[in-house]
Write a protein that binds this ligand. Structure first.
Ligand code: GCU
Length: 414
C-alpha cells in the first residue's frame, strides 16, 4: 500500500538480498549488556534489562500503547453451541469491548473447546487473517462483518465484496486450521480476526482502536502494537474461562501475525508458549541481515505496521538499539517456538533461526538450555526444548506439520 510518490519510487528500486555472500557484516547488540555498558550477570539484573529492552522495542520498533488507553474490557457471550464437531466440542462466541463501553471497537473471540475433559484444557490463542468464519466451514460460526482486505484471488472468487466477507468465505482457510486435530488432542482453540482491532490498511489511524485516541506520536502504537494489545485483551478473557487452563495458553501467529505474537508474548508473561510462524522481517528475522524483506521495504509497503520512529532505521539497521534475537529473549524463561519454511526466503529462514539461536544466552542465564546447535537443522527436523525451531519444506504458510509441532509443544508444558 503506497501513500506517496517517494515510497513508490523506493519500492521500485528495492532489490532484495537473496545470497548469503551479500548479507552485510553486522554486530548484534548483546541482550546481556545494559545500554550503559554494564553486564547483566544475575536473574535480578535480567529483570531490569528486560524492562530496558521492552522500552527500546516500544520506542523504536512497534510503538507503545498510549498512557490514556484503558485495559478494562467488558464482554458479552453471544453464542454457545453445545454440540459442535459432532458433539466432540463446544463452541462459544464472546464479544470483547475494547473501549470500556459497548459502542466502540470490539473483537469477536471464537472459542472451540474439547468436551468430556476431566481437567481444564490447555489452549491456543491465535489471530486470524480472514475472519473467524474462514477457519472452518460450519454455519454455526458467525460471519464477520468487519472490514476485510481484498486479495485479487478473493475478489475473483467472490469471497470478499466491498471489503466485506461473503458466505462464500466460510471455511476458506481450513487448510491452515486443523480444528478437529486440535480438539482431538484435548486442546482448545481461541481465535479472533486481527482486523477487528485495527483494519489492516494505511488510514492514518482513523479506524480501529487507535481511532478512539489522539493520533499516535512517533513512539506510539502502529498496527502490530495494536493487534498485540488486542491479543492481550483476548487473553484477559481467556484466563477467566473456567474450562481453560490459564497456565497453559500458547499464542500463535503467522507472518504479520507472527510479528504480532512475538511482540504480545514478549510483553505479556501470561503466555506460557509463544509461537512465531514464518514471521520474517520485524518478527523473528534479524533486521541487520537485510535478507529478503528489509526495514526500508517493510516501512514503505506497510507504513502503518510499526511506529514512525522505526523509519529512522530504513537502510540504517546498524543504528537500531535492538535486534530481533532480543525480542525472542524477552520470552525467556517461557517456551518459544520459531518456525521457518524453506521456500519462504522473503522472511529469511536463516535470520529467523539465528534470532532463536542468539536468544540462547538469556535462557542459559535463567538456567535453561539454549538451542543445541549454531547452524540450522535439516528440513522437517525440529530441534530444541525451551527454544524450539524448525524449518519445514514448502512455502510461506501454516501446515499440518507446523500444527503438529505446536500441539506437542503446548502439551509439553508442565
Ligand atoms: C508481506 C510482508 C511480510 C508479511 C506478510 C504476511 O509479505 O512483506 O512482512 O509477513 O506479508 O503477513 O503475509
Amino acid at each position: 500500500m503506497f501513500t506517496t510518490a517517494t515510497s513508490q519510487s523506493q519500492e521500485s528500486e528495492f532489490v532484495p538480498i537473496y545470497e548469503e555472500e551479500n548479507v552485510p557484516d553486522y554486530v548484534l547488540p548483546n541482550p546481556l549488556q545494559f545500554e550503559n555498558g554494564d553486564p547483566v550477570r544475575t536473574k535480578e539484573d535480567w529483570e531490569k534489562r528486560r524492562e530496558e529492552l521492552l522500552n527500546l522495542f516500544a520506542e523504536h520498533v512497534y510503538g507503545r500503547v498510549p498512557g490514556g488507553v484503558s485495559d478494562e474490557i467488558t464482554h458479552e457471550k453471544r453464542k454457545s453451541v453445545d454440540e459442535f464437531l459432532n458433539g466432540k466440542a463446544v463452541l462459544e462466541e464472546i464479544r470483547i469491548f475494547l473501549t470500556g463501553d459497548q459502542s466502540g471497537t470490539f473483537l469477536d473471540l471464537l472459542i472451540i473447546k474439547p468436551k468430556n475433559q476431566n481437567a481444564k484444557s490447555p489452549a491456543f490463542l491465535t489471530l486470524n487473517f480472514a475472519g473467524n468464519h474462514s477457519i472452518h466451514p460450519s454455519p454455526e460460526i458467525s460471519l464477520s462483518e468487519s472490514w476485510m482486505r481484498i486479495s485479487s484471488s478473493d475478489r475473483k472468487a467472490g469471497l470478499v465484496v466491498d471489503n466485506k466477507a461473503t458466505e462464500k468465505a466460510r471455511g476458506d482457510r481450513t487448510s491452515r486450521w486443523p480444528v478437529e486435530k486440535i480438539i482431538d488432542s484435548g486442546v482448545a482453540l481461541a481465535t479472533f480476526y486481527y482486523g477487528d482491532v485495527d483494519p489492516d490498511f494505511d488510514d492514518d489511524f482513523e479506524n480501529g482502536i487507535q481511532g478512539h485516541y489522539e493520533k499516535p506520536a512517533p513512539d506510539e502504537w502502529g498496527s502490530i502494537s495494536a493487534w498485540a494489545w488486542g491479543a492481550q485483551r483476548a487473553m484477559d478473557y481467556l484466563v477467566s474461562d473456567p474450562d481453560i487452563d490459564a497456565e497453559k495458553i500458547g499464542l500463535l501467529g503467522h507472518s504479520r501475525l507472527g510479528k504480532t505474537s512475538l511482540w504480545a508474548g514478549a510483553q505479556d508473561e501470561r503466555f506460557a508458549l509463544v509461537i512465531s510462524n514464518n514471521s520474517g522481517c520485524g518478527g523473528a528475522a534479524l533486521s541487520r541481515r537485510r535478507f529478503g524483506e528489509s526495514v526500508l521495504r517493510i516501512n514503505t509497503s506497510f507504513p502503518h505496521w510499526f511506529c514512525d520512529n522505526f523509519t529512522k532505521y530504513n537502510d540504517n539497521e546498524s543504528e537500531l538499539p535492538v535486534d530481533q534475537h532480543e525480542l525472542i529473549s524477552l520470552i525467556a524463561p517461557r517456551l518459544v517456538y520459531v518456525a521457518s519454511a524453506e521456500e519462504d526466503q522473503w522472511a529469511d529462514p536463516r535470520g529467523e533461526f539465528l534470532s532463536a539461536f542468539h536468544a540462547g544466552p538469556v535462557y542459559e542465564l535463567l538456567g535453561l538450555a539454549p538451542l543445541p546447535q549454531s547452524e540450522p537443522p535439516a528440513v522437517n527436523e525440529p530441534i530444541g526444548e525451551n527454544i524450539r525451531y524448525h524449518i519445514r519444506t514448502g512455502k510461506h504458510d501454516v501446515t499440518e506439520f507446523d500444527w503438529h509441532q505446536y500441539i506437542q509443544a503446548l502439551k509439553s508444558l508442565k
